[in-house]
Design a protein around this ligand. Structure first.
Ligand code: G6P
Length: 588
């Protein structure tokens, strides 16, 4: 949620900053801005809309060696030029990712001190807080540590002080920030893609760390104003890993990576026909799975697998609800947090709640070194690589596979699950390539409403399929348990409705088919994703292979992702950066 980049070094700083910022556009793209020092003066440029609008205003020939920049997903204040970052108060110019929760109270106090505010943002208030503290002490490390005591909420800041035109100060609490270490140049950023054009060496900042960064100097301080040293990590991979590799969109590229990711997970977490995943579920009496969005739908499949193989009662709750419901934290409970980014604020808050109540936590996370990965008692990485498209595909599939391995590990089905998983990559490749998804999407893309229907595990898949479609195509869509539709919502169905049915569970397929016939009788157009042969009730059928009851659902995911992609493409939507969304949601 919002991306920030700060850079000090080369004379062509503007191009280096903007290259980094563009790679963070997945974090927000309502508006963007940059501040840089030219002849000792801080210059600020901001624009509404995507980063390309800002780029049009930048003169890349201008010489500067230092700047901070921001791409915004608005929380406080509309998405316009005034509210765009950087914000400036007195000698302080800054960009911010996060939310200052007590900004209204601070603003009242600062207004009394004579500060005026141009924007409606919490960020401008933070700039004034730091400026007012700087008037009392000229030591920026002390000032920032004082600011920490006053600001509640979450933040990653990059700050330029007029009195230090060759230095960027930075700090973080509950919003990600890394430092990329180059040769006579250094870069601060919200995420790794933004540093890779400069370096693969990076430091992950912890909460309350403060950084003082110049082209040849990097100093880190803790909350007691003491200098500290930080571990340097090396990012394995290169910029190609996060480029589109010839695909029209990251989403399509990431779907095409899925067979390789399944292979990678199997290589890492299996050995000689056994599952070697670094965690065992069987000593727990119950499991709470907590996650947001697609990760929670992966969690629903996880619940299905854990209950099926291990008989451990499992619940799945949206992280935004978990903290506000009654939870029964017993010593023999495990709380599993699932997150692609590892930075989702609601999931992080649920993790802290579980830890505060003395319950063991396990994070299933894609991004290494993310906050959730570092704070959980145990972590399993999903190893899907960097995912850029806002709508998750490969990371969701990786979450489901890891959950399946966890659940099957030590169960009597372990051998058969592993045998089936071995053939999955090839079957996924075939599923991706053997179908003309564009052709089949043509009959759905003009629909205003599409229901996804399924029973049992197919209903959990329907939830993910429906989310994928609405995220990127803006078609109204809902997932229903097929049998529940007749209890009210079927009243909406008419000939203009589209229905996507998921039928992979042969034990209950006859029941689902009855429900689909009810829908067909009301003239809705039905597309069925299935491995069964009775498709008389469907207008269109996408066939999937029949591997096993446990694996078939994983095959149905692929057509649903490709349908959403092709429908959004036919509608000319901005597939990788859908409106109003951001990939990493670091606000509650
Ligand atoms: C955002 C994205 C969703 C994603 C959810 C959870 O809302 O738009 O697609 O599923 O966050 O993200 P996480 O990084 O925790 O998996």
């Amino acid at each position: 949620m919002c991306g920030i980049v700060g850079y000090v070094g080369d004379k062509k700083a503007l191009i280096k900053i903007m290259t980094g910022l563009k790679s963070l556009e997945y974090r927000g793209y309502d508006s963007s801005g940059i501040a840089y020092v030219k002849d000792g003066i801080v210059k600020i440029l901001k624009e509404e809309g995507p980063i390309r609008n800002l780029e049009e205003k930048i003169n890349y020939n201008e010489i500067t060696t230092i700047g901070i920049s921001h791409t915004r997903w608005s929380t406080h204040g509309a998405a316009n030029k005034i509210n765009a970052h950087p914000h400036r108060q007195g000698k302080i110019t800054l960009v911010h990712n996060g939310i200052i929760e007590n900004y209204e109270q601070l603003k009242r106090e600062l207004l009394n001190q004579g500060y005026c505010f141009q924007s409606n943002t919490d960020t401008e208030v933070a700039a004034a807080v730091i400026d007012s503290l700087y008037k009392k002490s000229q030591d920026m490390v002390l000032v920032l540590n004082e600011a920490v005591k006053m600001l509640t909420g979450s933040y990653a800041f990059n700050i330029i002080n007029d009195d230090y035109p060759d230095t960027i100060f930075a700090m973080r609490k509950d919003s990600p920030l890394i430092v990329g270490i180059g040769q006579k140049e250094n870069i601060l950023a919200s995420d790794i893609p933004a540093i890779l054009h400069i370096t693969n060496k990076y430091v992950v900042l912890d909460n309350y760390d403060i950084v003082v960064m110049q082209s040849n100097k990097l100093e880190y301080y803790n909350a007691d104003n003491q200098k500290i040293s930080k571990q340097i990590n090396i990012f394995v991979g290169d910029i190609e890993t996060i480029s589109k590799n010839g695909y029209d969109h990251y989403m399509l590229k990431e779907i095409n990576e899925e067979p390789e990711i399944v292979k990678r997970i199997l290589t890492l977490y299996t050995d000689e026909g056994r599952i070697k995943i670094p965690f065992k579920l069987n000593k727990y009496a119950s499991v709470d799975i907590v996650a947001c969005g697609s990760a929670s739908f992966a969690g629903q499949l996880g619940k299905f697998y854990i209950e099926k193989f291990l008989n451990i009662p499992t619940s799945v709750t949206f992280a935004s609800e978990y903290r506000y419901q009654k939870n029964f934290f017993r010593k023999d409970k495990l709380v599993i947090l699932i997150s692609q980014s590892g930075e989702t604020a609601d999931t992080l808050a649920a993790l802290k709640l579980a830890k505060d109540n003395g319950v063991t936590t396990l994070a299933i996370v894609n991004r290494k070194d993310s906050s959730i990965a570092r704070e959980a008692d145990n972590v399993i990485y999903t190893e899907a690589g960097i995912e850029v498209s806002v709508a998750t595909t490969k990371a969701y599939l990786a979450q489901v596979i890891v959950l399946l391995l966890l659940a099957a590990s030590g169960s009597k089905e372990e051998g058969s699950v592993l045998n089936d998983l071995k053939i999955l990559p090839n079957i996924i490749t075939k599923q991706i390539n053997d179908y003309d998804y564009k052709k089949v999407s043509k009959f759905l893309y003009k629909k205003e409403n599409i229901f996804y229907l399924g029973r049992g595990i197919d209903y959990f898949l329907a939830m993910e399929g429906s989310l994928k479609l609405k995220e990127i195509s803006y078609i109204h869509s809902e997932a229903f348990a097929a049998g529940e539709l007749k209890h009210g919502s079927i009243s909406l169905i008419d000939e203009n409705f589209g229905v996507i049915a998921v039928v992979t569970d042969k034990n209950i397929s006859h029941k689902t088919i009855s429900n689909l016939k009810e829908v067909a009788a009301r003239s809705a157009k039905i597309l069925t994703i299935t491995n069964i042969n009775d498709d008389s009730f469907s207008n269109y059928v996408i066939k999937i292979d029949d591997i096993s009851d446990v694996l078939n659902p994983l095959l149905a995911i692929i057509p649903m992702q490709l349908l959403a992609y092709n429908i959004a493409k036919l509608k000319n939507c901005d597939i990788d950066k859908p409106r109003n969304l951001a990939k990493s949601v670091t606000v509650e």
